[in-house]
Ligand binder design. Structure first.
Ligand code: DI6
Ligand code: FE
Length: 391
C-alpha cells in the first residue's frame, strides 16, 4: 500500500511560529521526503491516519515546534578558560585579561596546536549538547585561528560537525575577532591580510557563508570593520557583526548599511542604530549568555527593538570566554529573566527570527508546508514551559 506521507504525528499541539506562537490545537503534521507535507487540525486530515503514513506518532497533546536554531556560536575551539573565570571573580576585568595575553589569544594558542581530528573531538560534544536542547541548525564561527591555516581548519571542523550530526551548519568567517600576535600593534595590516588573502581563499574554497567582525574598542574599529564588509560584499558573502557589546561604536548602523543578515549583542545600541536595523531588515541577535557570564549590567534596549519592529533572535554565543553555554533552552530562560523577553519572543528568537538571521527562513524556522520537517516533539503541554524551566 502506498501512503501519501512518510511520517504522521497526530494529537499534537502545533507551535507553528507563524504569527507568534501560531498554535494549532489537536492537530496533525505530516512529512514526505523530509519536508512538511501537510499540517492542520485532526478533523481536517484527508483520510484515516493509518492510510496516510506508514509511521504514526501519537503526540498525546504535547507540543511540536520547528527544530530550534542556534544562530550565533563559536563552538569550535580548544581547551577552556576556567582560570580566567576565576580571575574575573577576583575582580579582574575581561578587557584587562585580554590585554595581558589571555582572553581570545589564549584560545587562539590552544586552537592552533590541535590537528583537525583533535579539534573535532573537543568541539563535537558541544554541538551534540546544543542538539540535546532542541537545536537542529547551528551557526559556527571561526576566529580562534587568526591565520590562514587555523581559520580554514576551524571552518572545516565546523563542516564536519554538520556532516557527523546530519544537520545544517552555517559557517561564518570571523578572522576579524582579535589581532593575532604576528600583527600586534599593526591591526591595519592584519585587516589587509584578511581582505587580500583570507576572504578570497574562504570564498574560493566555499568554507563559509558569511563574514563577521568584532567591532569594539578592544578589537576592530568602525573603519576596519567597513573594509572587511566591503570585501565580503565583493565576494558575495553574507554579513554579520558583533556590534555594540561593550560600547556604542555605530557598528549596527554600519551593518545595516551593508544589508547585514544580523547585528549581534547590541547592549549599547541607541535608537539611531535600532532604526537603521529596522530599515534594512537586519535581525537583532541578543546573547544573554555573554551578558550573564560577564556579569554585565546594561541590557539591550528590547523596548526600542519592539517599538521599531526589529526581529529579535537569541543565541547561545557558545564560546570559552564569555558564554560557555550549550543549552538553547537555558538561553530562552535567560532571555526572559535577564532581558524581559516574553516566552513567545524567546521561542521566535530560536526559530523564525534565528532562521532569518541565517538567511534560511525559506526552508526553516516555522512549521509550514514545504519547509524542512526536522521538528521537535517536546514533553510539554504549553510552549511557555520551554522558557520557564531553567536549562
Ligand atoms: N564577543 C564575545 O563575547 C566573544 N567574542 C566576541 O566577539 C568572546 C570570545 C572569547 O572571549 O573567547
Ligand atoms: Fe560571539
Amino acid at each position: 500500500m502506498t501512503h501519501p506521507f512518510d511520517t504522521l504525528w497526530i494529537n499534537a499541539r502545533l507551535v507553528t511560529c507563524n504569527n507568534g506562537y501560531g498554535i494549532i490545537d489537536n492537530a496533525a503534521i505530516a512529512s514526505k521526503d523530509q519536508r512538511i507535507a501537510w499540517l492542520g487540525p485532526m478533523e481536517q486530515l484527508p483520510d484515516q491516519a493509518r492510510a496516510l503514513a506508514p509511521h504514526i506518532i501519537d503526540a498525546k497533546q504535547r507540543c511540536i515546534t520547528p527544530g530550534l536554531i542556534d544562530c550565533h556560536t563559536h563552538l569550535v575551539f580548544a581547551g577552556n578558560r576556567a582560570n580566567e573565570f576565576a580571575r574575573r571573580l577576583q575582580g579582574e576585568s575581561y578587557a584587562n585579561i585580554a590585554a595581558s595575553g589571555g582572553g581570545i589569544q589564549s584560545t587562539v594558542r590552544a586552537t592552533r596546536e590541535l590537528d583537525e581530528t583533535e579539534l573535532l573531538q573537543q568541539s563535537l560534544p558541544r554541538a551534540k549538547a546544543l542538539m540535546d536542547s532542541g537545536a537542529r541548525v547551528l551557526e559556527i564561527k571561526s576566529g580562534y585561528g587568526l591565520d590562514l591555516e587555523t581559520e580554514c581548519k576551524m571552518l572545516r571542523v565546523a563542516g564536519r560537525i554538520g556532516e557527523t550530526l546530519a544537520i545544517p551548519v552555517r559557517r561564518t568567517f570571523l578572522g576579524a575577532h582579535a589581532v593575532p600576535p604576528e600583527y600586534q600593534g599593526n591591526a591595519d595590516n592584519y585587516i589587509r591580510y584578511i581582505c587580500n588573502e583570507l576572504i578570497p581563499l574562504v570564498a574560493r574554497e566555499k568554507l563559509a557563508d558569511s563574514v563577521d567582525v568584532f567591532c569594539e574598542h578592544i578589537a576592530f574599529s568602525l573603519q576596519q570593520t567597513r573594509e572587511v564588509f566591503a570585501c565580503a560584499e565583493q565576494y558575495q558573502l553574507a554579513i554579520k557583526c558583533h556590534a555594540e557589546q561593550l560600547s556604542n561604536m555605530g557598528a549596527a548602523a554600519l551593518a545595516a548599511e551593508f544589508g547585514a543578515l544580523s547585528a549581534d549583542h547590541l547592549e549599547y545600541i541607541d535608537e539611531q542604530g535600532v532604526t537603521a536595523l529596522a530599515s534594512s531588515g537586519t535581525v537583532a541577535v541578543l546573547l544573554p549568555g555573554a551578558y550573564y557570564f560577564l556579569r554585565e549590567s546594561k541590557t539591550p534596549p528590547v523596548a526600542l527593538l519592539r517599538k521599531h519592529q526589529v526581529p529579535m533572535a537569541i543565541a547561545s554565543d557558545c564560546n570559552p570566554g564569555t558564554s560557555p553555554v550549550t543549552s538553547l533552552k537555558l538561553i530562552m530562560n535567560m532571555a526572559c529573566v535577564l532581558f524581559a523577553l516574553t516566552p513567545e519572543e524567546a521561542m521566535l528568537g530560536v526559530t523564525l527570527n534565528a532562521a532569518k538571521a541565517l538567511g534560511m527562513e525559506q526552508s526553516h524556522g516555522s512549521l509550514s508546508v514545504g519547509k524542512c520537517a526536522d521538528i521537535v516533539l517536546w514533553d510539554v503541554n504549553h510552549p511557555d514551559e520551554l522558557s520557564y524551566t531553567v536549562g
